[in-house]
Design a protein around this ligand. Structure first.
Ligand SMILES: Nc1ncnc2c1ncn2[C@@H]1O[C@H](COP(=O)(O)OP(=O)(O)OP(=O)(O)O)[C@@H](O)[C@H]1O
Ligand SMILES: [Mg+2]
Length: 247
């Protein structure tokens, strides 16, 4: 459902010069699979996900989402994805219901369809008690739940989540993680980024470890453990980064 081939993104920064944020990476994710991008700060996770979500063009390489090219068929790609990122805009003056209704309409849904799905999502995410409170009065976790609801209202087959549990307490994070598992059960393709090892370990069918734009390893946790037999994911992660730094 997601195919990434030789993807590279180069930024030209006035102060820092040329930055290769994503350096020739390849991976693919299937339907009914949770794919994790694991990497430290500045690894290139957000850049990769933004390219997948058509928010930014690649410098070179090819990305297909549900068969559509992110550059040539960006509009089609957008219909097929739900994109969650820290920068996802929420309007301060809207309530959660108004926010989600607005995005449902943009995605061509009818009022009835929106109401039915919104009620379901709000119930699962425990949002009912603040559904009519203005966004500027919501807590970080409440806003994050709303961003998720907003991203999935149109029931897209592909979910692209940049650090979905950032800023969430353990209880709220668990609700979000359980919901991501439910998406897998529904046959969606989910790609998400994190720098939390335990989250990747618990949730992902496949994990891609990236560092300084390079994909250091990709596979199931089981395969990563077999290839690099140093212990848990955290140990594998440090081993890969240490080896890469020496090259
Ligand atoms: N618009 C931009 N212009 C210039 N450089 C950028 C831009 N966006 C990202 N970068 C650089 O690209 C690199 C990768 O950034 P990116 O945001 O993809 O990392 P990340 O893996 O998401 O990190 P984090 O865990 O901190 O969110 C960094 O060096 C960053 O400074
Ligand atoms: Mg990021």
């Amino acid at each position: 459902m997601i195919q990434v081939k030789n993807l590279t993104k180069v930024f030209h920064d006035k102060k820092r010069g040329k930055i290769t944020a994503v350096n020739n990476i390849d991976f693919h994710c299937q339907r009914g699979q949770i794919f994790g991008l694991l990497g430290p700060n500045g690894a290139g996770k957000t850049t990769t996900l933004r390219i997948l979500a058509t928010m930014m063009a690649p410098t070179s390489g090819e990305v297909l989402v549900n068969g559509y090219n992110v550059v040539k068929a960006a509009h089609k790609v957008r219909q097929n994805i739900g994109f969650l990122s820290g920068e996802t805009g929420l309007y301060d003056r809207f309530t959660p219901r108004e926010t989600v209704r607005f995005f449902g309409k943009i995605n061509g849904m009818s009022e009835n369809e929106i109401d039915e799905r919104m009620n379901q999502i709000f119930q699962i995410l425990g949002m009912e008690h603040f559904q009519d409170v203005r966004v500027d009065k919501l807590s970080t976790g409440m806003k994050q739940k709303l961003s998720i609801a907003r991203a999935i209202i149109h029931n897209p087959p592909v979910l692209i989540f940049d650090e979905p549990t950032v800023g969430l307490d353990v209880i709220t994070a668990r609700v979000v993680i359980d919901y991501i598992r439910e998406f897998r059960h529904q046959g969606k393709c989910i790609i998400f980024s994190t720098h939390q090892m335990h989250e990747a370990e618990k949730l992902c069918d496949e994990i891609a470890i990236i560092h300084l734009g390079k994909l250091l390893s990709v596979g199931t946790l089981e395969n990563l453990k077999k290839d690099i037999p140093v212990g848990d994911l955290e140990e594998i992660f440090f081993k890969l980064i240490e080896t890469e730094s020496r090259i």
